[in-house]
Every structure is written in C-alpha cells, then in structure tokens.
Write a protein that binds this ligand. Structure first.
Ligand code: DON
Length: 306
C-alpha cells in the first residue's frame, strides 16, 4: 500500500469540508485554533509513519485522551478482575458526550468510558492506581508516542476548569451514588489536565499503535493482552464518536475516538493506526473534515473491520 499517495488523495478529498464545521467554543481556549487546519497521519504496525498537511502540529487531544486513560487503567490492573467494569458500562449512550440524563436512572453508572461521566470514573480509578493520574497519562503518552516533548496546555486546562460546571455536576452526581473513590475536585482537575495534553496527528497515530498490534508496543513488549486491546477497539467502534457512533460505523467502519479539539484516531487492527485533525466540528462534536477523510480512506483502501 502506498500510504503517502493514499493520504494525498484523502487530503484533497477532505479539503472542501475543512471550513464546514464550527470550532469548539464552550472551552474558550480551544477557540484560538485556526479553523483552516487539516492534517492526517498513518502509523503502520511496523513503525513506519506517513503524513500530509498539518500532521506534525500539536493540538488539544481532549476526549481522545479517554482511550489512553482506559488503556492505562487496564494495563495497570489487567481488567479481568478489576472493578472498572462494575463502575462503568460498555453500551452506546445515544446521548451527547456531556449529558446527565441517564446517570440518575442508571444509579450513577455511566453508559461507557468515552462519554465524560465514564471518563471521569476511569480517571478516578487511575488516580487510585497511580496517585497522580494526569502525570501518569503524560508519561505514558510520551513513551508510546516516542515524543519526550509532549506537554499539558495550561491555558486549556485553566479554561476548562473555569467553564467546568457540567463536568463538576457529573462528578458530584456520581459521587452521590458512591461511584468515585477520590474527592471530586481532584478527579475533575486530573481529567481537565489529561484533556489539555497537546499532541500532533503523528504523535497520536504512533501512540495508538498498540491498538493495531493487538496490545503490543512498538518495541514488541506487551502493554495489554490481545483481548483487552480488542475490547478497547470494540468500545471505540460502538461509543467512540458519541451519539454519532452508528453513523460513523456506517460511513467509516473502524474503531475511532474523537475529541472536541478536532482530532479523531481510528484503528485498523493488524495494519495501522490513523489520526486526522481539523478543528471544525459537527453538532455532535466530531470533526467534519476528519470524518470525511476517514470515510474516503476506507473507501479508497477497502479496509474496514467488516
Ligand atoms: O470535558 C470536556 O467537555 C472536554 N474536555 C472533552 C470533550 C470532548 O472532547 C468530547 N468530544 N467530542
């Protein structure tokens, strides 16, 4: 497969979509990003990386961090007997990523680890396991991406905290059901920091390599059991793009996880991990040009999990 040629064609196809979405403004610091950006990268399972456009420019990973926090919790506790799946489900929510409505009816157990409530539970667990969830995340991402310069964006973390009433409400509500192990202020602070990490398409495609390698890191060491990597990919497919997960599976046919920074990672198990970035979002919080690019990538290559 000539990845570089495919990426060039995908980028040309996606360009007209670049200005169609809206840059997230509910976290004011995210609005500083130019809406014109577009980048895409592929890291194959052998460690070769290809990219086009703004693929080496760091952006706010936001909810893409939720894949990595879940992986880190599973790696630290080898999930079979860990209680994380008693505290968070694995069903699509069909509601927006920051919705409160299901939590009361479902006794403070979030539907899945990729909506905000579920990610707060995972961060809480990581805090218990490591004593410093966000720093563990940063070190983990530096190691998996091979980029020692990855950093938090303090302005984004501060902005998110300042406008974090919704996430605080979710966390307090879950705490009232006994579904948090650590104090709410500490859980939401670590969650905001992990969302504020800046990474490029290159960094994210490389860091997500273990999902395409059935749990193996780039150096061949094992991060996750194959069945754990399979489970993360399965939950990405069904829940990774929120209330658009059905539409995404229909159009793209790959496990994927989006973030309101405009990034989306997608996995082709046994072949490669992709990351695309363009900040304009649709109404459900997914990058418009990013989704168009992944759609075109699977159309051109014929690769999907189906
Ligand atoms: O908690 C939030 O609202 C953001 N830090 C992350 C949300 C997000 O990326 C959802 N993505 N589509």
């Amino acid at each position: 497969m000539d990845y570089q040629a495919v990426l060039e064609e995908v980028a040309a196809h996606a360009r007209p979509f670049v200005r169609q979405g809206r840059v997230a403004d509910y976290i004011p610091a995210l609005e500083r990003v130019s809406a014109d950006r577009f980048g895409i990268a592929v890291a194959d399972i052998h460690g070769d990386v290809y990219g086009v456009g703004d693929w080496e420019i760091p952006f706010s990973v936001q909810s893409i961090s939720k894949v990595f926090s879940l992986a880190l919790v599973m790696a630290q506790s080898h999930d079979g007997h860990d209680n994380i799946w008693q505290r968070v489900g694995r069903e699509p929510s069909g509601t927006p990523f920051n919705s409160l409505v299901q939590l009361e009816a479902e006794n403070g157990i979030p539907r899945n680890p990729f909506i905000n409530a579920g990610a707060l539970v995972v961060t809480d667990r990581l805090q218990t396991l490591t004593g410093d969830a966000s720093t563990s995340m940063l070190h983990f991402l530096r190691e998996e991406s091979g980029n020692p310069d990855l950093a938090f964006d303090q302005a984004v973390a501060d902005s998110e905290a300042e406008h974090g009433d919704r996430n605080a409400a979710l966390a307090h509500f879950m705490a009232s059901f006994g579904n948090l192990e650590n104090p709410v202020p500490s859980v939401i602070e670590h969650y905001f920091w992990q969302c504020s990490i800046e990474m490029s398409c290159r960094d994210l495609a490389v860091a997500g390599g273990f999902l395409a390698r059935h749990g193996l890191r780039a150096d061949g060491s094992r991060l996750l059991e194959a069945r754990e990597a399979k489970r993360i990919n399965a939950v990405m497919l069904t829940c990774g793009t929120y209330d658009a997960a059905g539409e995404f599976a229909y159009r793209v046919g790959l496990p994927a996880k989006s973030g309101v920074g405009g990034g989306i990672i997608a996995v082709i198990p046994g072949r490669c991990t992709l990351c695309v970035w363009s900040p304009g979002l649709d109404a459900r919080g997914n990058s418009v040009a990013g989704a168009a690019a992944l759609d075109h990538f699977t159309t051109l290559t014929g690769w999907s999990v189906f």
